[in-house]
Design a protein around this ligand. Structure first.
Ligand code: 5AD
Ligand code: SF4
Length: 481
């Protein structure tokens, strides 16, 4: 999509309204970076690494969009003129990886002193992290958080003007800035934010502290964005929010998530709609009805259970019981018989007993997940669970974690094979990484299929016969559409 910066008048005072203000800085930086590139006799390169979830992946597309707009060219290597890490802090191991890589960047910056290093994302919303970077990682140039990624151009300009470390982390925001450039990773599919933040405060989770309070985008803005994406070749959208079932509650004219889905369904040319993540506590009958009747909503529901024990769920502040969750799954399966259900599970939440863990195994057996993301509980400073007594020893967690993984694998490989021999629509996504004569795509239920084909198929919907299931994927062959 062409991004228009022509409406900016550089002689006038710096605009105070967004996005005009950022456009002003983009035009200003274009000039500055062009001069720098001419001085060096080569294009300026930028590299962005994304940690964590699909929200971050989408944020990174916006950051990259701004960087390309001002003249940087993207590269796979961190040996670049601008390096940005979009960080995650949902579990401690993601934090450790960032510190490790910052050490490596220090070496690269010694060779290229003009390199700009920026850090943003969830980890930067934690004051202790920013303090640590200020003290021990002086080579970092810019730090900002989750609420002001739209300001990247202005922050780079401040850094170039001042030379000191620029830190701009907001506690929270009620702003949603529309209409900034985006560099999409895929031409045919795109994430679309429908809401930001989370109000649930599950007791283990740091997200509400780093992503702020829930706020929904205006449905008109969402529909307009998707219409533009479709015009630009997108056939599949993934609607993104920490808890999509809460969509619309805070709007001036409240609207349900199911209502939003109905509007999006009407967009001509759009073939597939995915969404993540719904919360089991408020997944409505209205949503199940919309899924049942929809031609476009994919036959996949990612429904995080976290634990199968009602006692632990209460401690987690999840606001549903094991029975409620299982009842919900039954309802969904009855309404959408070919649906694929996937989940997130945490092992080793404080106080989890062998009996509690057995309840989780029981849910896994009863639901029959096509796949499950399993996480070892990670203590996050500031959350309610971090202060709970009876943190579970690592060796106990490890044994449970392995038992859970085995259980899930045993069940899911059998389940995934259920469509063997059928012909299904596949959205072709890329050339197979191991074998370039094969193409890789996804079924509506998100399962991966490999089949002989060529690059010209990328972005198209193809009818594919699913010849053989190999555990988590199918091998197939294209048939006439
Ligand atoms: N420890 C382990 N896993 C966590 N998650 C969120 N917080 C934690 C934590 N403190 C998991 C949940 C959530 C997923 C995105 O990350 O399962 O659904
Ligand atoms: Fe975290 Fe719970 Fe919000 Fe999900 S719903 S982001 S697990 S607090």
């Amino acid at each position: 999509m062409i991004y228009n910066l022509d409406d900016i008048e550089m002689g006038a005072p710096v605009p105070t309204d967004e996005p005009m203000r950022q456009k002003y800085f983009m035009v200003k930086l274009r000039e500055k970076l062009k001069a720098e590139s001419e001085r060096l006799g080569r294009p300026l390169k930028m590299h962005c690494t994304t940690f964590g979830c699909q929200m971050n992946a989408r944020d990174s597309e916006k950051l990259t969009g701004i960087l390309e707009e001002i003249g940087y060219v993207e590269t796979d290597s961190e040996d670049a003129d601008f390096v940005i890490y979009n960080t995650c802090t949902v579990r401690e191991n993601a934090n450790q990886r960032v510190y490790g890589r910052l050490g490596h960047l220090n070496g690269l910056k010694r060779k290229n002193p003009n390199m700009i290093i920026a850090l943003c994302g969830c980890m930067m919303q934690e004051a202790a992290v920013v303090e640590k970077i200020k003290k021990s990682y002086r080579h970092v140039d810019i730090i900002f958080g989750t609420h002001n990624i739209f300001k990247l151009a202005e922050l780079i300009d401040s850094r170039l003007e001042s030379k000191g470390m620029i830190i701009d982390v907001w506690e929270d925001t009620n702003k949603i800035i529309e209409d900034l450039p985006v560099d999409r990773k895929y031409s045919f599919k795109s994430g679309v934010n429908i809401m930001f933040g989370c109000n649930n405060f599950c007791s283990y989770c740091i997200v509400p502290f780093v992503r702020g309070r829930e706020r929904s985008r205006n449905p008109k803005d969402i529909v307009r964005e998707i219409e533009n994406l479709v015009e630009d070749g997108v056939v599949e959208v993934m609607l993104l929010g920490q808890n999509v079932n809460s969509y619309g509650k805070t709007l001036d004219e409240p609207m349900t998530f199911a209502g939003l889905l109905r509007e999006i369904e009407r967009i001509e040319g759009l073939e597939r709609i995915r969404f993540m993540t719904p919360h089991p506590k408020d997944l409505s009958d209205e949503l199940i009805d919309v899924m049942k009747d929809s031609k476009k909503i994919c036959r996949h529901l990612h429904l995080p259970v976290q634990s199968g024990s009602s006692r632990i769920l209460k401690e987690m502040n999840r606001q549903y019981t094991k029975e409620h969750y299982l009842g919900l799954v039954d309802k969904i399966k009855a309404a959408v018989p070919d649906v694929s259900i996937t989940t997130d599970i945490i092992v080793g939440f404080p106080g989890e007993t062998e009996e509690d863990f057995e309840e989780t195994l029981d849910v896994v057996r009863k639901v029959g997940y096509d796949s499950a993301y399993t996480f070892i509980y990670s203590k996050r400073t500031g959350t309610k669970a971090a202060a709970m007594e009876d943190q579970i020893p690592a060796d106990v967690i490890k044994v449970r974690f392995d038992r859970l993984r085995n259980e899930i694998q045993g069940i899911s490989s059998g389940l995934i094979a259920r469509n063997e021999g059928t012909v299904q629509q596949v959205l072709v996504e890329e050339v197979n990484e191991q074998n370039s004569s094969l193409m890789t795509g996804r079924l509506s239920n998100n399962i991966v299929v490999h089949f002989p084909g060529d690059e010209s198929m990328i972005g198209q919907m193809k009818a594919v016969k699913l010849n053989k299931c190999h555990g988590f994927y199918y091998m197939g062959e294209a048939v006439q559409n």
